[in-house]
Design a protein around this ligand. Structure first.
Ligand code: ZN
Length: 241
């Protein structure tokens, strides 16, 4: 039996309900932050005896899918929390009802032509572990509408139709900036989160400097080092060093 003792977050405003959406299926509900577009609302474990079974960044990277998300296993069901600011727990950690398990954010695919920003994607899944392909970011089966299980479900504001308008000016990494963005993220120059529209531009600028000046120098130094090494080896071999 599914019994939720806590809501997943304080806000009760549901901006996108469970069900068909934009030609696909929305396997959960989207809950707005308390203050529009502001990250950081606490996310709570919704029932007793939770165990973290997934805690990861979406397979396609921090700008895709659910971004930073976790799945908590309860007795007979699972809860998924998408688009978190970061990951607070490791797989295997135990969490109690009402415990803060993360913070509402806008990682993942929250920026799209449909226009959504900071929010919690909350999914509820029936069943037992093993019946769900949780390792795959897309193929999660057994989703059910969580709203009837919330305390005071009547307080949820459910719009009659999608798409949902809102919240935050869209910040996306443009295609022309993608290479620079991925490079900067993989080399640790940025954290992969899109904080402002200036950020992708800055990364492009740094990337171009790197390509034009630093990379050729690094390559040249490497060549010289190799050459010196070969000379040293030859000298050693000849007993001259
Ligand atoms: Zn959603």
């Amino acid at each position: 039996m599914i019994k939720l003792t806590n809501r997943p977050t304080k806000s009760k405003v549901i901006t996108s309900p469970f069900g068909p959406r934009w030609g696909t299926f929305h396997p959960g509900v989207d809950i707005a932050p308390l203050k529009p577009s502001i990250d950081g609302d606490e996310l709570y474990s919704v029932a007793e005896n939770g165990k973290v079974v997934v805690s990861k960044v979406n397979g396609g990277g921090v700008l895709s899918g659910y971004g930073y998300y976790s799945i908590i296993q309860y007795l007979g069901f699972y809860a998924l929390y998408g688009h978190q600011t970061s990951l607070l727990f490791d797989v295997g950690d135990k969490v109690e009802a009402g415990q803060v398990i993360g913070y509402m954010g806008h990682t993942g695919k929250v920026v799209s032509e449909h226009g959504t920003g900071t929010h919690l994607h909350f999914g509820l899944y029936k069943g037992t572990y093993g019946t769900h392909a949780f390792s795959d970011d897309i193929n999660i089966s057994g989703a059910i509408d969580p709203v009837p299980y919330f305390n005071q479900p009547d307080k949820a504001v459910i719009p009659t139709s999608n798409p949902v308008k809102e919240v935050k000016p869209l910040i996306i990494v443009p295609t022309w900036a993608k290479v620079a963005w991925d490079w900067a993220t993989s080399s640790g120059i940025n954290d992969g989160k899109v904080e402002s529209e200036e950020e992708p531009k800055t990364m492009c600028y740094i990337y171009r400097l790197y390509e034009k000046f630093i990379k050729p120098l690094v390559d040249r130094i490497k060549t010289l080092e190799d050459r010196i090494k070969r000379i040293e080896d030859a000298l050693k071999k000849g007993g001259l060093m």
